[in-house]
Write a protein that binds this ligand. Structure first.
Ligand SMILES: [Zn+2]
Length: 97
């Protein structure tokens, strides 16, 4: 029994690490690279960070959480949109800037 377990754990260790699933939260102007961009472990974390940054009221907070996307008011928010997308690249930290 023990021996079988060992074999299994060795096999698992030999497999390439699956990419860690994570979320990218970004905000910016349409047609440009995002002005801000961050990698987050969960959808919720990404939501919260973007809500804080843009001081979203309750309605817009709900819309962002529901759609993973929100149109902003450039004059008021200094950005045109917020978007949260799923990502599974191998280097989540590279999204932070
Ligand atoms: Zn990624």
């Amino acid at each position: 029994m023990e021996r079988e377990d060992e074999t299994v754990s060795i096999r698992v260790n030999l497999l390439p690490k699956p990419p860690a699933r994570h979320w990218i939260g970004m905000a910016g102007l349409h047609g440009c690279l995002p002005q801000t961009c961050g990698g987050y472990d969960t959808y919720d974390d990404a939501c919260k960070a973007l809500v804080d940054t843009h001081e979203l009221d309750r309605n817009r907070r709900r819309e962002l959480r529901r759609d993973g996307y929100l149109e902003l008011n450039l004059h008021r928010d200094a950005n045109e949109y917020i978007e949260i997308t799923e990502c599974d690249c191998a280097s989540p930290k590279d999204h932070n800037e």
